[in-house]
Design a protein around this ligand. Sequence first.
Ligand SMILES: Cc1cc2nc3c(=O)[nH]c(=O)nc-3n(C[C@H](O)[C@H](O)[C@H](O)COP(=O)(O)OP(=O)(O)OC[C@H]3O[C@@H](n4cnc5c(N)ncnc54)[C@H](O)[C@@H]3O)c2cc1C
Length: 437
Amino acid sequence: MISPSIPLRNCLGSRSCRPLALPSAVPVAARQPLRIAIIGCGTAGPAAACLLARLGHHVDIFERASPLRPVGAGLLIQPTGMHVLHRLDLLERACSLGHRINHLIGENTSGRRILDLSYTDFAPQTFGLGMHRGALFSLLLDAAQHEPLVRIHAGVDISHIHQAHTHVTLRTHANQLLGPYDLTIIADGARSHLRTQVQVNAQTTRYAYAAAWCVLPMPTHARWQSTLRQTYRDTRSMIGYLPSGKPAPDAEPTISVFWSLRADKIESLRTAGLAEFERRVIELDPHAAPLLIHLRSMDQLVFATYYDTICDRIHHHRVALLGDAAHAMSPQLGQGANLALVDALNLVDTIALHAPTTEAIPAALTRHDADRRNHVAFYTRASRWLTPWFQSDLAPLALPRDLLMHPLSRIPWIKQQMAQSLAGVKTGIFSSYRFDH
Ligand SMILES: Cc1cc2nc3c(=O)[nH]c(=O)nc-3n(C[C@H](O)[C@H](O)[C@H](O)COP(=O)(O)OP(=O)(O)OC[C@H]3O[C@@H](n4cnc5c(N)ncnc54)[C@H](O)[C@@H]3O)c2cc1C
């Protein structure tokens, strides 16, 4: 088991001394219990629900899926996300399920090293945690279900949000009216249509490239241990391998394999069939062959498209946007779920400190928005800038990438900035959350 003692010890203590985490005691008696609706039970939703309920607030989570289940494969949890899991008292269980990741190694098909990053370049004893999405989801869901003040309503698809000055009401697709609520949190993911109903300007585009994922048994060979690996052929072909731990305590360890492809080629890959898929994968990276023995059907592949969303603000009056609804991005930097968790923590800490009554909610959301601005802006822009170098039709970019990226990353200052970016703590080109050793 990985010791959770903490890669994170206060790893998010401050950005230029601005606290991210709630300084422990906010007098509970001073708070008015709020009625809060959360739309979406993915990553941000249940995390926020648990933390809000622990402050004494009443939380309804509405999730359109029924039964509740995770979608997708492995996720890399960064020190930032681990900090939030620690606040949720879930880190120890997460570490017992996840696989410790120390390195990120990227090579082209000629074996030339392009990326070679280590968490210890960020700070000693830090690491990433490769997790099966089902494991993270079950931890968060279980924690929410055990909070007496949280009610989870599965199979409820919210279609409308209506804000009045003092409250928010919701309407379902089945035309049921819900509420009133003092605060509503939109955590409905990258394809959010609810954010268009609040006064937020969102620029959203779908990436031309997508991914096919599968979860396979974790190999025992040393090559795969503790390392997130990627192999590239120019910018149009890529395969990645993330050891992703156990989906459940009694399950076998897994590795998530990720194959990059154009979104408009998903159907033709499906119809080409398993043998052709395996041929293409092994042609790109022969090391994949022993893993693919366990791939028995194309039905084991999960296809995911990505969105890029930048919002001019992530709140309006009594409504806050969390996670992908506020800032969807390509998974190239492995930050989406981590940002969603930090959003949830920051929102709850801000409510605790600045919204003792329902009247104070709009001002508290303005503060939350300001707190999150730099961190979110760095990663949305970095992911927008970086993705074409790894997943796009701009094949000529591969030449400068392959020639320059690794030599540049050996310059100590650049190496440290890249390691901080990986760890999830950057808040600007020259700024980051402080890490206390
Ligand atoms: C291929 C891929 C790989 C990734 N790898 C990583 C990684 O390594 N590390 C990382 O940090 N992130 C990664 N991400 C990103 C990460 O998955 C997301 O950023 C994260 O899940 C966002 O969480 P969320 O709570 O905002 O949204 P989601 O987890 O998408 O949850 C949204 C929920 O809202 C529900 N919903 C939607 N509309 C409604 C409605 N109208 N009414 C009720 N419910 C609704 C949905 O059913 C869903 O359950 C990856 C993403 C992809 C696609």
